[in-house]
Design a protein around this ligand. Structure first.
Ligand SMILES: Cc1ncc(COP(=O)(O)O)c(C=O)c1O
Length: 389
């Protein structure tokens, strides 16, 4: 007999199916890397956040194994009760030193970070200015805060300035929230101009930059480093779970803000601390990032190569300027059929539909890795061109 929850699920899934946006999980096997196995098939991965190929790097793996042996597999509690280990503090000190900030604080995930940080900074009577393509976790964090939300046109500093002039004076505190690199389009926010606007209008600025962590900027400090305004961002969020090949997220900020977050960010206070192996993996990866700048140079030149190959064939990759390369198709069925055809040809580039992107902008989302070879990129480009022509 069906339970009430089964009936609810059946109805909801039927309407998702009818809208053409039903999703399913695929099971990948083998080590996480640029070549993975799906069933019995070898597939080249062009859809992963493992941008620098550190998830299975020997030094990262060794640090993880050593941490499990020496420190155990769990922190077994929240940081404020029993889970605050020396390795957490060491990682946070290293992240703060890497970014040149006073402090850093790690969270379970980037999603949790944004759910915790935003309500810690603003609430009822305050206003949030949010980019129209801001990540879901920023949108949900803003909702949770109960602040008024003003959405401005994507990366338009004119729209932001106008909104700030019009709305800001009516509210107590103001917070601007933007992505550093937009995860579905691969464009970088004009952070230098946004930071100047924030200063001029007495607003705080939170930049969510998981796709920039380790991948952009001369030292790999992300989109703010690329835009030359690292010192002007109040709170910069990054990830341990993509280029750094581990799991979790962090925010770099002032020591006072860190103290506030430790006291009031609910997803920090009421949640288990990162496990030591995850922490030590991230610390090892940070050392590789600092020592091996070739990884981010190769990543960006691989991305340029792919964009060039596709553009020469008349396939737009706009507005990407990074290692995230969208190929817009604009239809659910055609997008998922292109994704399936690519898979049959031995490549995985995920088809992306609503609600991850606005309706009518369905696309293949291709992400590069530092270790993709030129031949592999050219083969992917040829496959995309032949499937779409
Ligand atoms: C821009 C952005 N912010 C936040 C997140 C959430 O991060 P996490 O996967 O660590 O929860 C993602 C996820 O990929 C993201 O793309």
């Amino acid at each position: 007999m069906d339970r009430i929850s089964d009936n609810i699920a059946r109805e909801a899934l039927a309407s998702i199916e009818a809208a053409g946006t039903r999703r399913a999980l695929h099971t990948w096997n083998g080590a996480v890397g640029r070549r993975m196995r799906l069933g019995s098939r070898d597939v080249l991965m062009f859809s992963s956040g493992n941008y620098l190929d550190l998830a299975h790097h020997p030094e990262v793996v060794e640090a993880t194994a050593r941490a499990a042996r020496d420190l155990g597999c769990a922190a077994a509690g929240s940081r404020l009760i029993n889970g605050n280990l020396g390795c957490h503090e060491a990682l946070e000190n290293e992240l703060a030193a890497f970014y040149g900030t006073e402090a850093a604080l790690v969270f379970g995930t980037g999603y949790m970070l944004n759910l915790g940080v935003i309500p810690a900074l603003v609430g009822e009577g305050d206003v949030i200015f949010s980019d129209s393509l801001a990540h879901a976790s920023l949108i949900d964090g803003a909702r949770l805060s109960r602040a008024t939300v003003e959405v401005f046109a994507h990366s338009s500093t004119t729209a932001l300035s106008t909104a700030l002039s019009r709305v800001r004076p009516r509210f107590r505190r103001a917070l601007i929230v933007v992505d550093g690199v937009y995860s579905m389009d691969g464009d970088v926010a004009p952070l230098d101009e946004i930071a100047a606007d924030a200063r001029q209008h007495d607003a705080m600025l939170l930049v969510d930059d998981p796709h920039g962590t380790g991948t952009l900027g001369v030292q790999g400090r992300g989109s703010a480093e690329l835009r030359g305004c690292l010192g002007e961002i109040d709170l910069l969020a990054g990830t341990l779970g993509k280029a750094l090949g581990s799991f979790g997220a962090f925010v770099v900020c002032s020591a006072k803000v860190r103290d506030l977050l430790v006291n009031t960010a609910r997803s920090f206070v009421f949640s288990c601390a990162l496990a030591p192996p995850q922490v030590e993996a991230a610390r090892a990866a940070l050392r590789v990032v600092a020592r091996e700048p070739w990884r981010r140079t190769a990543l960006q030149s691989n991305a340029t190569r792919l964009r060039d190959r596709l553009q020469v064939a008349g396939i737009s990759t706009s507005p990407s300027t990074t290692h995230i390369v969208p190929v817009q198709i604009g239809d659910n069925v055609q997008t998922m059929s292109a994704c399936a055809s690519l898979l049959a040809a031995g490549f995985h580039a995920q088809g992306i539909r609503y609600p991850s992107v606005p309706r009518g902008t369905e696309r293949l989302r291709i992400t590069l890795m530092a270790t993709h070879t030129h031949d592999e990129i050219d083969a992917l480009a040829s496959a995309v061109i032949s499937i779409l022509s």
